[in-house]
Design a protein around this ligand. Structure first.
Ligand SMILES: Cc1ncc(COP(=O)(O)O)c(C=O)c1O
Ligand SMILES: [Zn+2]
Length: 389
């Protein structure tokens, strides 16, 4: 149990049609088709913070529980996720042409990826709302994470993963007692198979419920807190379904509203593989909706998301930040992983290797300068990607 301050959750609101929804029923997405956002009583949070800062002795993302959606501390299912180090790169940054690179090392989460933040928040909140069983289509990391948190909550998880997902992902899900289904195709097909089954479970699909984004948001809180309540010039985020980029962007508005940062914002860059780059395509074409990417293929499995559900929110975060999206050549992923591991001593996942290549492209094309303060997110460990060994 996390002994902590109380959530200031107020309601759910649709960022597209502005409809308000009750926060205390099992939530999915808005009837207009947009994901829902959790809105907080930010004046209440500010009053709390005037009395006391975020607890410095709490080394997990739950240090921000006033700005997280779980009302009862007894419902918080925590394995110690978040509060990961913001490492100063010793050699990789210089190698790709930056004076200073910071790496937010999400491999140091309990199940070795940033998915733990979202799934700790979502499983805790749905447990509080009465969920009994969870279901999730996943490219791998989210599945392992969901299974671990469902196990910790004492609940069952049903996982639907592409059949070419490396075996360690299946093995770990099964170790946590989950029921796994192998599906031919990408995460989109896995989602279809899951929805066709239509059982009475809580659907944790990316951005189809409001709480995973809330957990991911703590990445933005931590980056600012670890930089002395300031923001970097740019953040490079390997992006598939978009929970991280949406969550981090939401975090800045909340921090500004409670007076912890000013109006300055980092430029947000989404990195994708050229083998599946629907976000890059939409940004380059200047369109408002992401178009389906046909036959998407990449070794960075978490980025093989041909049609992200939160299309508009991803594009508006990137555009409002004056950032961008960058595609990298598929054949660069493996050599970059190796070079980066040898320069930095970190086992970057292939998705993070896409981020590193993307960052190098942004520097080479003059969109990021040598002197800028850049945060790269290592979204997870490479250890389970036996397909790349
Ligand atoms: C390691 C890794 N990086 C990045 C992503 C993309 O996540 P997001 O939903 O935040 O775009 C995933 C998703 O599966 C992943 O597993
Ligand atoms: Zn709506």
């Amino acid at each position: 149990m996390v002994s902590l301050l109380i959530s200031h959750i107020s309601h759910l609101e649709c960022p597209q049609c502005r409809r308000k929804h009750s926060p205390d029923t099992l939530a999915t997405y808005c009837i207009c088709g947009s994901p829902l956002f959790v809105i907080y009583d930010l004046i209440g949070v500010q009053e709390d913070l005037a009395r006391d800062e975020f607890p410095s002795d709490m080394n997990s993302m739950w240090r921000y529980s006033q700005l997280l959606p779980v009302r009862s501390p007894s419902c918080v299912v925590s394995l110690g996720e978040g509060w990961t180090p913001l490492l100063l790169s010793r050699r990789l940054g210089k190698h790709i042409g930056l004076r200073m690179l910071r790496i937010k090392d999400e491999a140091q989460n309990p199940t070795m990826s940033f998915k733990d933040r979202g799934l700790s928040a979502a499983i805790s909140r749905h447990l509080e709302l009465g969920a009994k069983t969870f279901a999730l289509p996943s490219a791998g990391n989210a599945a392992v994470s969901a299974c671990a948190y469902a196990a910790a909550a004492g609940l069952k998880a049903h996982i639907f993963m592409p059949d070419d997902t490396p075996e360690p992902f299946f093995e770990q899900c099964e170790m946590y007692g989950a029921i796994t289904t192998r599906v031919k195709g990408t995460i989109s097909e896995a989602g279809k198979v899951m929805r066709d089954k239509n059982e009475d479970w809580t659907d944790l699909s990316t951005t189809k419920e409001p709480y995973r984004v809330e957990g991911k948001k703590t990445l933005g809180f931590e980056i600012c807190e670890q930089m002395g309540w300031s923001v970097p010039d740019a953040i490079v985020c390997p992006t598939g379904g978009g929970t991280a980029i949406i969550g981090i962007w939401k975090a800045f508005d909340e921090l500004e509203s409670v007076g912890l940062i000013g109006p300055e914002r980092p430029r947000m860059y989404a990195a994708q593989s050229g083998g599946c780059a629907p976000i890059v395509h939409a940004i380059e074409k200047g369109i408002d909706e992401i178009e389906d990417w046909v036959n998407g293929e990449t070794e960075a499995l978490g980025l093989r998301v041909p049609s992200p559900f939160a299309s508009r929110l991803i594009l508006s975060a990137i555009r409002n930040s004056n950032g961008g999206a960058v595609a990298v050549a598929e054949q660069e992923i493996r050599p970059t992983r190796k070079t980066a591991a040898r320069l930095e001593g970190l086992d970057f996942c292939p998705e993070a290797a896409v981020g590193i290549c993307g960052l190098r492209n942004l520097i080479e094309s003059g969109r990021i300068d040598y002197d800028e303060d850049v945060v790269l997110i290592n979204t997870g460990s490479g250890a389970r990607y036996t397909n790349l060994k």
